[in-house]
Design a protein around this ligand. Structure first.
Ligand code: NAD
Length: 382
């Protein structure tokens, strides 16, 4: 009997689907796809790193379940989220004579998931797709919620759709091959979720198990993917098209986006930037919402114990501020932050420019001290 965990996502539109999480959950991906679809064809879309290992396995399982399969590989990395690659995929699907009833299966991280979701939602005005996330970030965040996207030269995720998968299959055993920065990306979204999720027991559990998670204990990983995915599923179920409640998911992301842009995309990983953004937002929360400073310390400790220590990197405060002004959450020229008044309790709060600037200056001063301690070297410098 399977010991996999299961989450039912039920959306206001009536659409429902299962997220299955387990050690070895991939074994049943073909039979589950078959129970959901009577179709003949399935196209497995993966990237050059994941495809030869996990993509191949998923293809085999689909064949055992009676699907006629095809596979498409895109280069690993963010550059694959492009309209050019989407066009290649649309053409390939047409070449395979995929019908409206057939199936696309994304096997990979958030890049493959976003790209597959986008092409599936637009090919023949929409075909069903399954997500098989293979990064921690994709298991706890990107695969859930139905947001699909490609990037434009003008910016990330500028073209996209809402298209929900019909099934998500997260096999935590696939994580054992992840690189350090990909672990950091997943852990940052998990820590973020634990700070804003309505059940304080999630935060307490994470605090108590951070050391084991850092060592990639499979049982703990299964539990944390379940907890975090359940939280995200509940948030998106209450706000399918991002009209309000989903805003909490941006906790830590206002400064994070500015750091990533100022450093040059790819220089500082998203997870590291989010951890910095959470530290900043918590300190801002003390001034703006009266957050207990002990919570700031507790969050710092949680991030440290997950391997997300503060990084020695700095940019001029006015540069970060200028980028923040273009943040998509800004309204009427005012920057809005997701702030905490307690663990589990958050608000989206417009913050006065002067307050932001003085906090940025304090942040930059602390960073300069950290760089000095690091022998004058910034993050990434040899
Ligand atoms: P990614 O898909 O680029 O994967 C990171 C790297 O890990 C890639 O090189 C990939 O080949 C490799 N990889 C994947 N699985 C692996 C495994 N099991 N073992 C070894 N290597 C593996 O990046 P990501 O961090 O998973 O996702 C980031 C993307 O997700 C961004 O494009 C972001 O915009 C998007 N995203 C989307 C949503 C959403 O709601 N749709 C939410 C968050 C992020």
């Amino acid at each position: 009997m399977s010991n996999d965990r299961s989450i039912q996502v039920v959306l206001p539109s009536g659409h429902r689907y299962e997220i299955r999480i387990g050690k070895g959950a991939l074994t049943a991906v073909g039979s589950t796809a078959r129970s959901l679809k009577e179709s003949r064809k399935a196209v497995v879309i993966s990237d050059s790193t994941v495809g030869p290992a996990y993509g191949k396995l998923v293809k085999k399982r689909l064949e055992e379940a009676g699907f006629e399969t095809y596979d498409l590989l895109v280069p690993a990395g963010e550059e694959s989220k492009s309209i050019e690659l989407a066009t290649e995929i649309w053409s390939a699907l047409a070449g395979y004579e995929l019908g409206r009833d057939d199936l696309a299966v994304a096997v990979g991280g958030g890049v493959v998931g976003d790209l597959t979701g986008f092409t599936a939602s637009t090919y023949k005005r929409g075909i069903d797709f399954i997500q098989v996330p293979t990064t921690l970030l994709a298991m706890v965040d990107a695969s859930i919620g139905g947001k699909t996207a490609v990037n434009l030269p003008e910016g990330k995720n500028l073209v996209g759709t809402f298209h929900q998968p019909i099934f998500i299959c997260s096999d935590v055993r696939t994580l054992k091959t992840l690189g350090d920065e990909d672990w950091a990306n997943g852990f940052a979204e998990i820590a973020k979720s634990a700070m804003i999720a309505p059940r304080r027991s999630f935060y307490e559990w994470l605090r108590n198990n951070a050391a084991g998670l850092k060592e990639h204990d499979e049982g703990l990983l299964e539990q944390v993917v379940y907890e975090t995915a359940q939280f995200k599923a509940r948030v998106v179920a209450s706000d399918e098209t991002e009209a309000g409640a989903r805003e909490c998911l941006n906790y830590g992301h206002t400064l994070a986006h500015a750091i990533e842009a100022a450093a040059g995309y790819g220089t500082i990983g998203h997870g590291r930037a989010v951890a910095e953004g959470m530290r900043f937002a918590a300190r801002l929360s003390v001034e703006v919402l009266g957050l207990d400073p002990r919570i700031v310390k507790a969050q710092d400790k949680l991030l440290d114990s997950l391997g997300l220590e503060a990084i020695p990197w700095v940019a001029p405060p006015e540069r970060l501020f200028k980028i923040m002004k273009t943040d998509k959450k800004a309204r009427g020229g005012q920057i809005r932050f997701v702030l905490l008044d307690d663990i589990t309790s958050w608000k989206v709060q417009p913050v006065a420019d002067d307050t932001i600037i003085s906090h940025l200056e304090a942040w930059c001063m602390a960073k300069s001290r950290l760089i000095e301690k690091n022998g004058g070297k910034m993050w990434g410098e040899k």
